[in-house]
Ligand binder design. Structure first.
Ligand code: 13P
Ligand code: 13P
Ligand code: MG
Ligand code: MG
Length: 364
């Protein structure tokens, strides 16, 4: 059975500030998606949240970029924005950059990761959701999952993974893409993937079978809006087991927190902390950035789950390490490398300061 899994997300208002989501936004989305399920637009759905981002996880048989599914998500975000405005939630409608829907939600502000697949006899998938970070944050964990044998034992010992994976990498500024193969081209690949503010992995494929293994959201809000509105807070969908890494291999990269951009005003680096759904409420200095993992078994398109996969004491040390890294970076205050380099700053007073102080700068 061919199934499409569509994850579409947006920040339509935070509660309180940018720290979390109000339950009324979740219930509004649930009611509307339930109606869509009854109408037959969707097979199944789950409404989740990570920090202040509302996450619509939907299954259907309509394929990727389906106007009806995209319009549904858009209507949910509009209705949620109306609720957020009534409650005067923070940044109501923050990520909705346009009022007029014209067939595709791409480029309108929300992030999306869609994957059409032939549902296997058993189809375990993990939906990762992050808050306070940008598209590109998945580059490092995707490399580890699909190209690093120190992370994924299956690359070495499982026939089905041994030929490696192909990575589709997007240049989010020049709007181009390239596909590079692991392991043959890993040094070329890492040159791009190691610069996640410019290059983001969009898709990963099994090289032996051509099957899609992973898809992420690569929308850069600031690129679309032309100014700072909020962070991208991207999502990632990964298929597990069989011709793909095992569930534990897919989760393993998050056992060692790494540094991402997007903390406080989208302008600081911070550690990505894996947490349970309940703890995905970034509050300290609006962070540190969070990631949650929702595990599902698909059954004829039904979403059996979610299982809250980081709600496991095995990730306690990662959380502790993230807190230590957070302290270390916070000590830098307004200094780089905690603060982003000037050219990456999306939220800056520099232009105004330069205007005001321009004629006080003298030649050396
Ligand atoms: P079980 O024997 O618990 O099914 O585990 C198989 C496996 O390969 C886990 O990585
Ligand atoms: P969000 O992108 O999650 O809304 O965060 C914005 C921000 O500036 C937090 O400090
Ligand atoms: Mg917000
Ligand atoms: Mg957010």
């Amino acid at each position: 059975m061919r199934i499409t899994l569509s994850v579409i997300k947006a920040d339509i208002g935070g509660f309180v500030g940018h720290s979390s989501i109000h339950p009324d936004l979740v219930s509004t989305a649930q009611e509307m998606l339930e109606q869509a399920r009854r109408r037959g637009t969707l097979i199944d759905y789950k409404v989740l949240a990570c920090g202040d981002d509302l996450q619509l996880v939907m299954t259907h048989t309509r394929g990727e970029d389906n106007p009806e599914v995209h319009q549904l998500a858009f209507e949910v975000f509009k209705a949620g924005t109306a609720v957020a405005k009534r409650l005067k939630l923070y940044g109501a409608g923050q990520d909705i950059l346009s009022d007029a829907f014209s067939g595709n939600i791409r480029g309108m502000g929300p992030g999306l990761a869609e994957m059409e697949m032939e549902e296997r006899p058993s189809e375990p998938v993990i939906v990762f959701m992050a808050d306070k970070t940008s598209a590109g944050a998945w580059n490092l964990p995707l490399y580890k999952m699909f190209a690093d044998p120190f992370n994924t034992a299956g690359l070495v010992i499982a026939e089905s993974l041994h030929r490696g994976f192909a990575f589709e990498i997007q240049d989010v500024k020049a709007h181009k893409k390239i596909t590079l193969n692991a392991p043959a081209e890993i040094y070329d690949m890492l040159m791009f993937m190691g610069a996640p503010s410019r290059y983001a992995v969009k898709r990963v494929f099994n090289r032996a079978t051509g099957e899609i293994a992973a898809v992420s959201s690569t929308e850069r809000l600031a690129e679309i809006a032309g100014r700072y509105v909020g962070k991208d807070d991207p999502v990632l969908v990964v298929r597990c087991q069989g011709n793909f890494p095992a569930v534990g291999e897919v989760l393993e990269p998050f056992a060692h927190p790494f540094i991402v951009e997007g903390w406080m005003r989208g302008s600081h680096h911070g550690p990505l902390m894996p947490t349970s759904f309940r703890d995905a409420t970034p509050s300290r200095f609006d962070g540190p950035p969070r990631v949650i993992a929702a595990g599902f078994q698909l059954a004829e398109g039904h979403l059996v789950g979610p299982r809250d996969l980081f709600d496991d004491p095995a990730f306690d040390l990662a959380r502790q390490e993230a807190n230590l890294l957070a302290n270390m970076l916070r000590r830098h205050g307004p200094f780089e490398p905690h603060r982003l380099p000037l050219e990456e700053m999306e939220y800056t007073t520099m232009a105004g300061i330069m205007r005001r102080l321009g004629d006080r700068w003298e030649p050396l």
